[in-house]
Design a protein around this ligand. Structure first.
Ligand code: A3P
Length: 334
């Protein structure tokens, strides 16, 4: 299996295994690991698989991040639609600042990729600095993470901050991930064999996987603490995005007023954050994230059920069987 590493802009603390602190290398050498595409390897830490340099950022975040009660944290498994929900949450929480047509023309989503506007703990904030200064950020602070529930910093679990978990059908998530890895790796290496990628996924070996344990951790938390964790499905958002924006606003304690419901505020947010709009913006067509990835990698098709174009029925059934077995008794069906 070929391995390569993502480009590493100079300001990042490390994105190559060699750059990591010695103490962390000691921990790493004690963990089970598997070969993996793009990130070279994944390491199993407390039941979940992480690329090593990301695990180091997860541990740094656990040690340093201090949650505030007004914080909002978007959590996803990679390729579940993070980009879309980052945009929606950003637009929703900042809607008062961009309510008239003049300010709408200056809306940050028109010139910045959602991943730069809503930073991810382990892929940006704690990758760029060991202890970023977040205390001065305006409230409510909006962050994102792929960390499993059990890996969240203690202060996130202890504080009254809110968590929005976005879950996507595992077959579409898997295919989206396979495409993303293919884009990240040098063209001359060719496509990653999808069957090999599927074998690992079904054994639970994927970035921040096992996928089912990631989902279950938040599903359980949202059942036990519905006022703290909101569990949202990508597919349901696609069916009725309007209702979901209202649900998000209610959950985050910033419900839409009667006037906002009448004057098209929700429609404006959805238009701004739509796949067609965001993917056509210059910043997302040709720009790069501050962490080096091409913005366009985050916009592929944005559809439900696209997996059928890349996987056989048998491959799909295999994921269904694994999910049915792993989610059995949880009350969740994917
Ligand atoms: P596909 O590869 O199936 O097209 P993430 O943001 O978690 O990395 O997930 C990426 C997936 O979300 C990709 O799915 C991408 O096309 C889709 N996506 C990005 N922006 C979207 C939007 N505005 N609406 C719906 N889906 C979107």
């Amino acid at each position: 299996m070929q391995a390569s590493q993502p480009p590493s802009p100079p300001h990042l603390r490390y994105s190559r295994d060699d750059d990591m602190p010695e103490t962390f290398k000691d921990l790493l050498s004690s963990l089970p690991s598997e070969e993996y595409w793009v990130t070279n390897s994944l390491s199993l830490y407390q039941g979940f698989w992480f690329p090593p340099w990301i695990l180091n950022c997860v541990l740094t975040c656990q040690n340093h991040f201090q949650a505030q009660p007004s914080d909002v944290l978007l959590v996803t498994s990679p390729k579940s639609g993070t980009t879309w929900l980052k945009a929606i949450l950003f637009a929703l929480l900042n809607r008062a600042k961009y309510s008239d047509s003049d300010s709408q023309r200056r809306h940050p989503l028109l010139t910045q990729n959602p991943h730069d506007l809503v930073p991810t703990f382990e892929l940006k904030l704690y990758l760029e600095q060991e202890s970023p200064d977040l205390a001065a950020l305006p409230s409510p602070r909006l962050f994102a993470t792929h960390m499993p529930y059990s890996s969240l910093p203690q202060s996130v679990r202890d504080s009254n901050c809110k968590l929005v978990y976005l879950c996507r059908n595992p077959k579409d998530t898997f295919v989206s991930m396979w495409h993303f890895f293919n884009k990240m790796r040098p063209e001359e290496k060719g496509q990653i064999p999808i069957q090999e990628c599927l074998d690992k996924f079904c054994r639970g070996v994927s970035s921040f996987g096992p996928y089912w344990d990631h989902v279950l951790g938040y599903y359980k938390a949202s059942s036990e603490m519905p006022e703290k964790v909101l569990f949202v499905m990508y597919e349901q958002m696609k069916v009725d995005p309007h209702a979901h924006v209202r649900r998000l606003a209610d959950f985050l304690g910033c419900p839409l007023s009667e006037e906002e419901l009448r004057d098209g505020t929700v429609e404006g947010i959805l238009r701004m954050c739509s796949f067609d709009n965001l993917s056509a913006l210059e910043v997302n067509k040709r720009g790069k994230l501050s962490t080096g990835q091409e913005s366009k990698w985050y916009f592929r098709r944005g559809e439900v059920g696209d997996w059928v174009n890349y996987m056989s029925a048998e491959m799909g059934e295999r994921i269904d069987r694994v999910m049915a077995e792993k989610l059995d008794g949880s009350g969740l069906k994917l």
